[in-house]
Write a protein that binds this ligand. Structure first.
Ligand code: ATP
Ligand code: MG
Length: 380
């Protein structure tokens, strides 16, 4: 097994820059998710690793082996790269049964019949396909066909598997089942997985490392839970998490170790994290951000009044839309309750969980600053 290393990889089609000077290392044995919105260059990146797309510039290594170098005209063919592939659109062999489709790669590797049968049945059970082994692809639903394609690429247990939105055709329940299976398969086999998705929940819940992309550029490469807690910039903070992180726009002033963020009608006082070595400029435009689950309702300590616009109980928890003038926020409560529309509620934030970003650059300012109080802003 081996790392996959992309160095200064760029892919252009005419004026379109699909991938822009990308440096990315996919660690050996990791489950790395490429995450980002539609068109950000995920599929293009995966196809370049697979050898199906030629980078315009840059180098790709698998372990010590240089498999692509635009400058030196080196390009190792897709079949010589030792990576398995599974794409959103999957081609099964129509004249072969499910069993034969899954067994095909193993037969090519000249495994003995007994091992092939064990591997096929194991892969079929991972993908809940045992009862379909004798059927032909035309006798399966789209989701079942997708699972066959997955089983077929998992059965040979390649060192490295590249997957592009392989669960997109499945219904919500089956998608969840397949995520749990993929995560287990990864834990058991330790194969290196590079997995493309635009679904942040899929990435956070399965990956050991998430690479967030935007406009062909890497935004953050991070452990999934750190990514959620400490997004590097506003784009990542917004893209990761559902509902999206709440944002308040304001400007910042420093007073004796305390940062004060003045928004349209409030002043938030924040104890800065002593580990931070951050210079702010008085009056700098900032964005204060807080996740929906870090909003506390009926908080007697530090709180301000907001109005309940509506509440959406899910059975296990509740999403509450809160408003105050132009400000709107979404809170998540860990109980299911229907709250009266238009009633007043006192709102606080979990003090340690407030994030600050520079509004102009979008970059995170602080690792985390503790909220020590609010006051109503007086006109100045
Ligand atoms: N063959 C092509 N010719 C021209 N432009 C292309 C080609 N393939 C992709 N692109 C462009 O490159 C950019 C990146 O495409 P890519 O397919 O990598 O996006 P993606 O992140 O996989 O998106 P999605 O989530 O929608 O699958 C897009 O702007 C796309 O229109
Ligand atoms: Mg894609």
């Amino acid at each position: 097994m081996a790392d996959i290393r992309l160095e200064k990889i760029t892919k252009r089609w005419g004026d379109v820059v699909a991938v822009d000077d990308l440096d990315l290392t996919i660690e050996d044995g990791s489950f790395t998710c490429l995450l980002g919105p539609s068109g950000c260059g995920k599929t293009t990146t995966l196809r370049m690793v697979a050898g199906l797309e030629e980078p315009t510039a840059g180098r790709i290594y698998i372990g010590d082996k240089l498999i692509h170098c635009s400058e030196r005209g080196i390009s190792v063919g897709p079949h010589q790269r030792g990576v398995g592939l599974i794409f959103q659109s999957y081609a099964l062999w129509p004249h072969m049964t499910v069993y034969q489709n899954i067994a095909f790669g193993l037969e090519m590797e000249k495994m003995n019949k007994a091992t092939i049968e064990t591997r096929v049945r194991e892969a079929a059970s991972w993908m809940q396909l045992e009862e379909y082994l004798h059927r032909y692809p035309s006798e399966l639903s789209g989701g079942q066909q997708q699972r066959v394609a997955l089983a077929r690429s998992l059965a040979p247990q390649p060192d490295c598997l590249l997957m592009d939105e392989p669960l997109s055709n499945l219904d919500a329940k089956l998608r969840l089942d397949m995520r749990t299976e993929l995560k287990r398969i990864h834990a058991m086999t330790n194969m290196t997985i590079l997995y493309v998705t635009h679904d942040q929940l899929e990435a956070i819940s399965m990956a050991t490392v998430v690479a967030v992309m935007k406009d062909g550029r890497l935004q953050q490469l991070e452990d999934p839970l750190k990514l959620y807690k400490h997004p590097n910039n506003l784009f990542v903070a917004n893209f990761v998490g559902s509902p999206p992180i709440n944002v308040l726009h304001g400007n910042i002033f420093a007073e004796q170790g305390i940062w004060r963020v003045r928004t349209s009608d409030m002043v938030f006082s924040l104890q800065r994290n002593p580990e931070d070595d951050v210079q702010i400029k008085d009056g700098q435009n900032v964005v204060l951000a807080v996740r929906s689950e870090d909003i506390v309702l009926d908080d007697p300590s530090a709180s301000f009044a907001m109005t309940i616009y509506s509440s959406l109980p899910t059975g296990s928890d509740t999403f509450v839309r809160l408003t105050r003038g132009d400000l709107a926020m979404m809170a998540k409560l860990y109980e299911s309750d229907s709250l009266p529309v238009d009633s007043q509620v006192s709102v606080g934030f979990r003090p340690e969980r407030v994030l600050l970003f520079d509004e102009d650059t979008g970059q995170r300012i602080s690792l985390g600053s503790s909220l020590v109080g609010f006051t109503e802003a007086t006109a100045s």
